[in-house]
Ligand binder design. Sequence first.
Ligand SMILES: [Zn+2]
Length: 115
Amino acid sequence: MKRGLPSNCGCGGRITKFTSSTQENPGRPFFRCETRGEDHLFKWVEEAMLEELEDVLPKVEVHETEIAKMKSEIEELMEIALNNKIEIQKNKVVMKCIVVYACIVSLAFGAYVLY
Ligand SMILES: [Zn+2]
């Protein structure tokens, strides 16, 4: 039988969720093919859920490591961005200094030429 939550029976019939009303399993939900019979699907809901979880958990772990990797990559990129920002600030200061210096030089040159 297929693991996890059933989508349809081997016969192609639809699966419906029922609630048991037997003395052994009162209120216990189960999946069953709409065609009753030994050859048709019957599965307790919690067993299907457990299988589903067991099959999904390894994938979740893979996602967790991927997420951890992405987080560290994002942190690296943030650091690079911050460094770039600092670099840009520094360059702005340097540019201002150059402009001021150029002004002083041209003024001095102008004064030298005029007088
Ligand atoms: Zn069936």
